[in-house]
Ligand binder design. Structure first.
Ligand SMILES: [Ca+2]
Ligand SMILES: [Ca+2]
Length: 337
């Protein structure tokens, strides 16, 4: 087709092309597939547990508040939704119709507020649940609607910790039957950007920084995945990928606390929104909203498919294609007149 023929084709079929564009675009918006259902079969088959929020509630963590759920949602303060809550919410979903929306209020000047969504088994005990495997991958999509700042300053930073904001963590029981964080992925702030750093808390404290600069985007979904090899000996491992790129690679470390009492987990995984100080929300200091969607525990690395073509990206591609065709079409009309 020569250039003239192309212009004639587009010109005479303009309304048809426009109709197809509108149809495909609304089909993508109205009937969204879940992202998990688009994964290659070998990755879908490697899934041990997942939560895509499409039940419209927290059942994928709590199984209807089943006491043997093998996980659950733990908020601080307990039972005060105005200060800490998580819901399955529409409006901002990575895929499907729902995402988990966490919100804390009053986390200001060392007042702790927390939403913790935890798993330590693949399914409830009364459904044949098993503790999580000692070597597995833990992933989620995350979305931060605002540019937050969790840094703390003297004199009110009384313990001098400089601030912390735990959004992704592993825990293990210690000898005193207390569940302790082992490795925590925190959001910090560097200049005008939010950035991740990894802290080892038990059995000894250490901080790790990513191998490349990853500025956490505002108002955009991004992917976090950890491989965790749980071990009571110094041969454990934690690796973390950000949008599919390996950012942390911590080898030969203790990742499960020794001598944990019988009947307690070696390790548990949690995502959430947990800090004692955060500002940046337009309505109120001490408020932070974080969304999670398409959380997965798997035996293979899910983020090997990222970057992928998300529904939002597909819509941008369709819009760009339409604009190119439209500009060529109006160009050819101008040339004729
Ligand atoms: Ca979803
Ligand atoms: Ca402090």
């Amino acid at each position: 087709m020569c250039k003239r023929d192309y212009r004639f084709f587009v010109g005479s079929n303009f309304s048809l092309i426009f109709t197809i564009f509108i149809y495909i675009n609304s089909a993508i918006s109205l009937y969204p597939q879940t992202w998990i259902s688009t994964l290659p079969t070998h990755l879908q088959n490697s899934i041990i547990w997942y939560a895509d929020a499409e039940t419209g509630n927290l059942d994928q963590f709590t199984y209807g508040n089943n006491p043997s759920a093998g996980g659950g949602v733990f908020n601080t303060p307990l039972s005060n939704p105005s200060q800490a809550q998580v819901t399955a919410s529409t409006g901002v979903a990575h895929s499907g119709n729902y995402a988990f929306r966490t919100e804390i209020n009053g986390a200001y000047h060392e007042v702790t507020r927390a939403v913790r969504m935890m798993r330590w088994t693949d399914k409830p005990w009364n459904m044949g649940g098993q503790y999580l495997p000692s070597d597995a991958y833990y992933s989620t999509w995350m979305y931060l609607p605002h540019l937050y700042d969790p840094r703390q300053y003297a004199p009110w930073d009384t313990n001098g910790d400089g601030g912390w904001w735990n959004v992704f963590q592993f825990k293990s029981y210690d000898v005193n039957n207390i569940s302790q964080p082992t490795f925590v992925l925190n959001i910090g702030r560097s200049g005008g950007n939010m950035r991740f750093y990894l802290t080892r808390i038990h059995p000894t404290a250490q901080t790790y920084y990513p191998s490349f600069t990853f500025n956490i985007p505002v108002g955009q979904w991004f992917h976090v995945e950890a491989r965790y090899v749980a071990s009571e000996n110094p041969d454990g491992l934690i690796q973390i990928w950000l949008n599919g790129q390996l950012a942390f690679d911590v080898q030969n470390v203790v990742t499960s606390l020794p001598n944990n009492p019988p009947g307690t987990y070696e390790h548990a995984w949690g995502i959430g929104n947990y800090t004692d100080h955060v500002v940046g929300h337009p309505n109120s200091d001490g408020t932070a909203v974080v969304y999670f969607d398409d959380a997965i525990i798997s035996s293979q690395r899910i983020s090997q498919v990222i970057p992928e073509t998300s529904p939002a990206l597909l819509q941008i591609i369709m819009l760009s294609l339409f604009l190119v065709i439209f500009s060529k079409y109006s160009g050819s009309r101008r040339a004729k007149s």
